[in-house]
Ligand binder design. Structure first.
Ligand SMILES: Nc1ncnc2c1ncn2[C@@H]1O[C@H](COP(=O)(O)OP(=O)(O)O)[C@@H](O)[C@H]1O
Ligand SMILES: [Mg+2]
Length: 468
């Protein structure tokens, strides 16, 4: 009720800004395309793709997003006339085998987590996966509900966001995070570009490419694949690519995003890890020795310990026009010590959200079976991951699944060798349409959007090496 009223009040404002900033010639797409990319880039990319890149069902309209791994297109789904966003990840299974396997693992994980989180109102919905024509595929196209902008654009384009916008956006981010954390899922790459927003102020988290499940049993496990964005990275992770993670790393990122909404610029824009820690301590003060001890990287710990004592500055002074409750919550989200940082569930009960207390979701989080990600412990080869991804594709194509089951049954009757996942190298996927033919054709059209897989392609603020 409160949100409905809020949405009614706020919709016009955001929509007005979006419309007002729409580039001529992009009337259908409001500000998105015209403002997100330099027009020449959009023109070049747009003119290089064909409308049927993803088969006859989807009509590609334009490029709306480009991240480190995928290019995102706006498309029309001819089956139901709805607009969708298609994230195209290319060349996943190509390249050096270890690196290709790690990159493909990342995509597989994202697809699985999106399936597991499909009941969440605050996570972008994966509607389908375009079925590859054959089992030797290299590209994948994920079909999402279409959202109108990402938070980076909204912050950039809306200089007059009101306190109610800030509150409602933060509330939805925390509600999404609470749901994920209850399911033991850590996002690990929260930044404004990975938060999607509609003109009615609905907000959803996207890009689960770096997300991981973290059950209590494996909390001591060290992950080595973390190459997230420095400006939003929790201080205990600065300089660390190998670390045990807690849900509190996401809370830090959300705190940084909230501050960015209020300031209309990133709060800690570190040039490198050392500069990042300097900026954090300038504002939050130098931490006590017991908090420094929780920083993973030994050089970062030594650096912090040798730092002259700083008392920090008053966040209320920096954000002088912001209501004290918002500043108090921000301070708790940006606690240097992860053990002192507020949790998502606690934050949702903070007085700042008093007016939204009836909007807390009572949704039970998904129960994720240990089996779901058991394969991660095995040293899988690229072909195995491709097969696992194929199983995920089947989740969205019941017809294909039935045909697959029939073939598997036949195979088990005729062969004494049971294959580990599914029968490989089957070229028969007749009900999947002509995706790979289209893909092959499409690839030559926009080959500059290749899968780099290193997470560094477009993030100037992403750490590429540990400088500490
Ligand atoms: N469902 C969607 N609707 C609208 N825009 C989207 C959608 N999904 C992604 N985008 C846009 O595309 C960009 C890249 O998508 P993302 O999933 O973050 O890919 P990557 O893993 O390559 O970073 C996002 O920052 C956002 O601007
Ligand atoms: Mg992204």
């Amino acid at each position: 009720m409160v949100a409905k009223k809020l949405n009614e009040n706020t919709k016009w404002l955001v929509w007005y800004r979006i419309s007002a900033l729409a580039s001529p010639g992009f009337s259908d797409t409001k500000f998105r395309a015209g403002n997100r990319y330099a027009p020449f880039f959009l023109f070049a990319l747009g003119s290089m793709i064909s409308q049927d890149t993803f088969g006859p069902r989807y009509q590609v309209l334009e490029v709306i997003g480009k991240g480190s791994y995928g290019t995102v297109f706006k498309a029309l789904d001819n089956a139901d006339g709805q607009l969708v966003a298609i994230k195209h990840i290319k060349g996943m299974f190509q390249g050096a085998s270890t690196k290709a396997a790690a990159d493909a693992q990342r995509v597989l994980r994202e697809i699985k987590l999106l399936r597991l989180l499909r009941e969440s109102q605050d996570v972008v919905q994966l509607k389908s996966i375009v079925a590859p024509e054959g089992r030797e595929y290299h590209d994948i196209a994920l079909v999402f509900e279409l959202m109108e902008a990402d938070l980076h654009e909204v912050i950039k384009l809306n200089s007059d966001l009101q306190p109610d916008h800030h509150r409602w956006f933060l509330f939805q981010m925390l509600r999404s995070l609470d749901y994920m954390h209850q399911a033991n899922i850590l996002h690990r790459d929260l930044k404004p570009q990975n938060i999607l927003v509609n003109a009615d102020c609905t907000l959803k988290i996207c890009d689960l490419g770096l997300a991981r499940t973290a059950s209590a049993e494996d909390s001591s496990e060290f992950w080595t694949d973390y190459v997230a964005t420095r400006w939003y990275r929790a201080p205990e992770l600065c300089g660390s690519f190998s670390a045990a993670y807690t849900p509190q790393v996401d809370i830090w990122s959300i705190g940084c995003i909230f501050a960015e909404m209020l300031l209309r610029r990133p709060l800690f824009m570190g040039r490198d890890v050392v500069h990042q820690l300097q900026l954090i301590t300038d504002v939050m003060g130098t931490p006590p020795p017991e908090s420094i001890a929780k920083v993973h990287n030994p050089k970062a710990r030594a650096f912090l310990a040798s730092m002259p004592k700083k008392s920090g500055i008053s966040l209320q002074r920096v954000l002088h026009k912001t209501e004290p409750a918002a500043v108090d919550l921000l301070r708790r989200m940006l606690a240097f010590d992860p053990d002192n940082r507020i949790t998502a569930a606690e934050a949702l009960r903070h007085p700042y959200f008093h007016s939204l207390c009836d909007m807390v979701a009572n949704q039970a989080p998904p129960k994720i079976s240990g089996q779901e990600f058991a394969y991660e412990k095995a040293n899988l080869q690229v072909d195995d991951i491709r097969e696992l991804m194929w199983l995920e594709v089947l989740e969205y194509h019941p017809q294909l699944q039935k045909a697959q089951e029939a073939r598997s049954l036949l195979a088990s009757c005729t062969s004494t060798h049971n294959l580990q996942f599914m029968q490989r190298k089957s070229s028969d996927a007749s009900s999947s349409g002509s995706f790979s033919a289209h893909m092959r054709r499409g690839m030559t059209f926009y080959s500059d959007t290749g899968f780099s897989g290193d997470g560094e392609q477009c993030n100037a603020e992403t750490d590429t090496s540990c400088t500490l």
